[in-house]
Design a binder for this molecule. Structure first.
Ligand SMILES: [Zn+2]
Length: 340
């Protein structure tokens, strides 16, 4: 065994992986969408397992309330207002410097998702909303890439694997998704359930990458770890009218960009996406005399407004307005200080 492979020795002793499987992992590329609770656990496992090329994107920065469950982050990341993609990349390099790790501070959308999937063997869901999951589902079926779905809230978790050409898709399983308002930010979430869901996602990913697809159950698994419930259901037949896996229309990829302004559910925050990039240093100069305080890092500019709200500017043109869920108020503050 090559010396550099010693780190994978216990995994290679596991017969279904072996040396051949390890080589396949090292030759693989995985995209993780979202680097929050699920994403950090998935990335931790896959980096240690030796997936050769990890790509991920996340739009947020690390906050104190994340540390309870987002296992790649620490207090220093919070103090430095580090974007999650940056903090995760730094930590993952310390765990395994021999693989390629690529973190992007970006809000995944129809405009950019196709840029991230080149050469990707599997897409792993680390998001917290169905809007993005439908988008991942469309891109996965359009480009024939397996998509691993997982979700966790409160003490409940669920997950499955969607394989284009083999299984029905997320949209067949959940044709619509009415948010019940039950999110991690409104009813909370326990760290162990996140760990279990994400660990299962990482495991299914390893099966796919090592050509052990037959060991994937093609079931939707749901559980409540507090109430000790566990339930599995076979993925059903595809819906003949499914616009994704049957009609191949991929609606979220062709929708016009209508979501320029969105409230981040339960976060008391509105996100506004502006076209074009933002020069943080220039913005800091421009705003300094107008606001209570500001703090610039290489990755973002935090602006504390006299009105009470806080604005966070990112170089990719996004602005978060924290302290309000009122879209029109957020737009007013945005036009006042940034201009539409
Ligand atoms: Zn479908």
């Amino acid at each position: 065994m090559e010396k550099s492979w010693e780190r994978y020795s216990r995994q290679m002793l596991f017969q279904p992986i072996g040396e051949e499987g390890q080589q396949k992992l090292l030759n693989s590329k995985v995209l993780i969408v979202g680097m929050g609770a699920l994403g950090t656990v998935v990335a931790n496992h896959l980096a240690r397992a030796g997936v050769g090329h990890l790509v991920f994107c996340d739009r947020d920065y690390v906050e104190l309330s994340n540390l309870q469950r987002q296992t790649l982050f620490d207090e220093e990341d919070v103090q430095q207002f580090l974007p999650k993609a940056v903090a995760a990349e730094k930590k993952l390099r310390k765990l395994n410097s021999s693989i390629s790790i690529e973190g992007h501070v970006a809000d995944i959308s129809a405009n950019n998702i196709e840029e991230f999937i080149e050469g990707v063997d599997v897409i792993v869901d680390g998001t917290d909303n169905f809007q993005t999951r439908y988008l991942i589902n469309d891109v996965a079926y359009k480009y024939n890439i397996p998509f691993i779905y997982g979700g966790a809230v409160s003490s409940r978790g669920m997950g499955t694997v969607f394989i284009p050409g083999k299984t029905s898709c997320l949209r067949c399983l959940f044709p619509t998704h009415d948010s019940s308002g039950q999110t991690c930010d409104t009813i909370g979430v326990l760290s162990p359930v996140v760990d279990i869901v994400a660990s299962l996602e990482a495991l299914q990913c390893m099966k796919l990458l090592t050509d052990n697809q037959d060991d994937i159950a093609n079931e939707l698994t749901t559980f409540d770890i507090w109430k000790n419930h566990h339930f599995s259901m076979k993925l059903g037949e595809a819906n003949e009218q499914c616009p994704t896996c049957q009609l191949k229309e991929y609606p979220t990829l062709t929708e016009s960009d209508q979501d320029q302004v969105t409230t981040l559910c339960g976060r008391d925050t509105v996100q506004i996406v502006n076209n074009g990039t933002v020069d943080l240093e220039e913005s800091e100069k421009k705003l300094r005399s107008l606001v209570k305080d500001l703090k610039r890092t290489p990755f973002l500019l935090r602006v504390y407004l006299h009105e009470g709200e806080t604005m966070v500017l990112f170089p990719d043109g996004r602005t978060l307005i924290q302290g309000t869920e009122d879209i029109s108020r957020a737009k007013t503050l945005f036009s006042k200080y940034i201009g539409m």
